[in-house]
Design a protein around this ligand. Sequence first.
Ligand code: SF4
Ligand code: SF4
Ligand code: SF4
Ligand code: FES
Length: 947
Amino acid sequence: MSLIHETDHGTPPSKATTSVTLRVDGIDVTVPEGTSVMRAAMDAGIKVPKLCATDSLAAFGSCRLCLVEIEGRAGTPASCTTPVAPGMVVSTQTERLKKLRRGVMELYISDHPLDCLTCAANGDCELQDMAGAVGLREVRYGYVGENHLDAAKDESNPYFAFDPAKCIVCSRCVRACEEVQGTFALTIDGRGFESKVAAGMDQPFLDSECVSCGACVQACPTATLMEKSVIDIGQPEHSVVTTCAYCGVGCSFKAEMRGTEVVRMVPYKDGHANHGHSCVKGRFAWGYATHRERILKPMVREKISDPWREVSWAEAIGRVVSEFRRIQAQHGRGAIGGITSSRCTNEETFLIQKLVRAGFGNNNVDTCARVCHSPTGYGLKTTFGTSAGTQDFDSVEHCDVMVVIGANPTDGHPVFASRMKKRLREGAKLIVIDPRRIDMVRMPHVQASHHLPLRPGTNVAVLTALAHVIVTEGLVDEAFVRERCEPDDFAAWAAFVAEERNSPEAVAKISGVPAELIRGAARLYATGGNAAIYYGLGVTEHSQGTTAVMAIANLAMATGNIGRPGVGVNPLRGQNNVQGSCDMGSFPHEYSGYRHVSDDATRAVFETMWGVTLDHEPGLRIPNMLDAAVDGSFKGLYIQGEDIVQSDPDTQHVVAGFKAMECVVVQDLFLNETANFAHVFLPGSSFLEKDGTFTNAERRINRVRKVMPPRNGLADWEITVAIAHAMGVAGMDYTHPSQIMDEIARTTPTFTGVSYDKLDAVGSVQWPCNEAAPQGTPVMHAGGFVRGRGRFIITEYVPTDERTGPRFPLLLTSGRILSQYNVGAQTRRTANVMWHDQDLLEIHPHDAEQRGVRDGDWVRLASRVGATTLRAKVTDRVAPGVVYTTFHHPLTQTNVVTTQYSDWATDCPEYKVTAVQVTPSNGPSDWQREYRELSVQNTRIAADAAE
Ligand code: SF4
Ligand code: SF4
Ligand code: SF4
Ligand code: FES
């Protein structure tokens, strides 16, 4: 194994389709028109020395190292900023050029510390490389002149250091922050010799607008901006390409290693989802994998009040199997079930549902997608015929109008947000539909044309009002509808949306959004060119989540915005493998590929493959399992990689369900909240310790590759296989996850062309990947909908039963923040806590003043099901009457207050609408103090285990 060095072509590729032929150093080369001379030379195998150029950034032309001579032209132009021309004859290595370049390098080196041997970048420094490339042998100016060598270091950021003494002011960092990340946190301050890189108003990085994406660190050609892990550990010596385990963007990374230690994670330029960019989580927040609180030995206990006892794997697995079999003998085959996780690989989730269906003998398997994107599955399958987003991420480059509804991409999907912001800076228009003024409403060089700050719970009314405008103002794409959609359904839908009660004027009273805003947004969406809708959990986690998804699909069909690049319906998936866990048959009513368990032909495929008779009745969903546990009919649960107690709504009900079970098996990295109610704890493995695949929000199947052995001894898939073997389930003799993928491909029509060999060869593919589409499908529904004709669905607005009133007059909605991830089990165990060490309650100044609450005060947040305390953040990002918080910290247990109301079709909880009251408080409540004690105890157990 060796380090993967990706070629830097110096300038970005040209997208032109016409070609130009030129001659560089006697070699003829043909390149797309608009290519730089520098890139053309690289194509001819000639590396022109460079410092300020890199192929992720537009050419800048400041360092003057890349000079060339061109026949018939005066002077020595910079090859990075000079475009090719037909018949051009270029020389890159003349005596004049060599002399000029050496002169440039002498100037740089005369103001640079001569500490190469002890510098962290030694061996990975472009300045050092260029000194060699130009044949620098002396510095005639000496080193005693005026210089910057005493400039103070900035080590405020937990992950990277800034040492301005080493800066050559090439401005690659500034441009990376602007062009790639879109944050504009850096600037070049001063002029001439005084020029220097500054974060914001010359603040420490940590206090600036910087979001720690690391793009500047990656772009820096010297050791000025450098990962602290490289400074601590040293230069890596081999790399493995793998996939981030945080969000649904699915960024590819090179894990750069020394032995089995990760030195740094470098976003992979060949990663089709991220093209070499990342956010703070993927690039820096991987330290949880070796955190001292990780549990590495299996543990059991008789009762949840007993202390844990470390046991062998054999004893732990034996306990699981004997207890599950005992429960089934006493309470029936349906008294146990399993929950898969969207944090785990496709192969692992496929195995869990196989274990449940073939080993437990029922269909009681569900996934955490139940509580996030199950309405997407139902809604898009009903309207389009398949349960997935329609586009690839690259599609955004062709988009003219973006609608962002119920999503906060800069926090939840930051790398894709950077792509969106880039397109918006190029001129695309933005419509934001969200109760809160998310960052994208207004940020540097991005401003939404329309922000519809709707009242939580009124998505369906507003989406239908948008449709009303499109239909009544004659903005329907008649040809598309006629050719591609069911005519009767369209006619019924058009008549419905045209009713006066669905007009913007009527809906304004319900939603609080002025009618003119709705009308303007609808006109822009329908007439602004290619229009794409991007949505998140602010759409799905409602009592009408599925209806809202179908309303979005209706809008796309009515305006013909489906089936080509730049348009479409794009759910932004929360966790890394939400799409995959759904694809793999984790729902109780569906096998992999979304085929119903009652379908005889599908069942026959699995019965033949697995050698068992399978149940044709759908099993229990997560809420049904918990209800059945409280009722006494459900007694045993195997949970892989989920923290139901913290993540699911109405915590008290969830806890009651767990307390009523006789055998709860938790497989996780840490003793999470759910483990407090477990009888068996099986230590899980991190994404760095196993092979597999994740499927991102664009249906892209990416490889996850093992970079170190499992610290707990077994990868997660091996644990499930061990349980299956002990239960006597046949057909579980896998020796590598590639064999599990082969089984998925054999049994799942949309995956028949997928194999590890193919993924290794092409990097990644988007399903469907089969005989009809051997290289995958970037854009779905191109020639026709998967279901045949698109189906319009009537989307009657039904207000949620969760109502405000005198006792609970405010509406709580929730979301997440950039630096933390879901229940925080991983990110809370990294330096990311620096940015967010507690959940805060955002409250409008008017509501705060009415309650005597000031910024930073402790407040009690109460709903009809429970209460918690947290600190207030007084801000007008939320409208009066609305409060907002995150759910990253178990000490808050935000879900103590959320209710059991859920989506009518899928039971997805209505997290986004809870009637609450906020009152001043003196500090943490009693249960929070008790929790803190328990947490300290758990830390001690883990620390003891680690020692
Ligand atoms: S880490 Fe990212 S956001 Fe921060 S300065 Fe660098 S490029 Fe900008
Ligand atoms: S910090 Fe690095 S990238 Fe930025 S100007 Fe200095 S040398 Fe160039
Ligand atoms: S955007 Fe998502 S997938 Fe990419 S690095 Fe960040 S958390 Fe990981
Ligand atoms: S690389 Fe062309 S001017 Fe710097």
